[in-house]
Design a protein around this ligand. Structure first.
Ligand SMILES: [Zn+2]
Length: 56
């Protein structure tokens, strides 16, 4: 599984986004950040999140 820890992106948030592929985990993380943190996905955010993807 691929994982993105929301706190790694600088949010005070314990959410861990999990998905089988990097593309899905990125999409889930972007949806989470948009819905929970109210931020629009920017190219910089997408790039940052891509670097934060971990193998679980
Ligand atoms: Zn979060």
């Amino acid at each position: 599984m691929k994982a993105i820890y929301c706190s790694d992106a600088g949010y005070d948030c314990e959410a861990i986004i999990l998905a089988p592929t990097a593309e899905e985990v990125l999409n889930f993380a972007l949806a989470h950040i948009r819905e929970v943190h109210g931020e629009k996905p920017t190219p910089e955010l997408i790039e940052q999140l891509t670097e934060l993807i971990k193998e679980e």
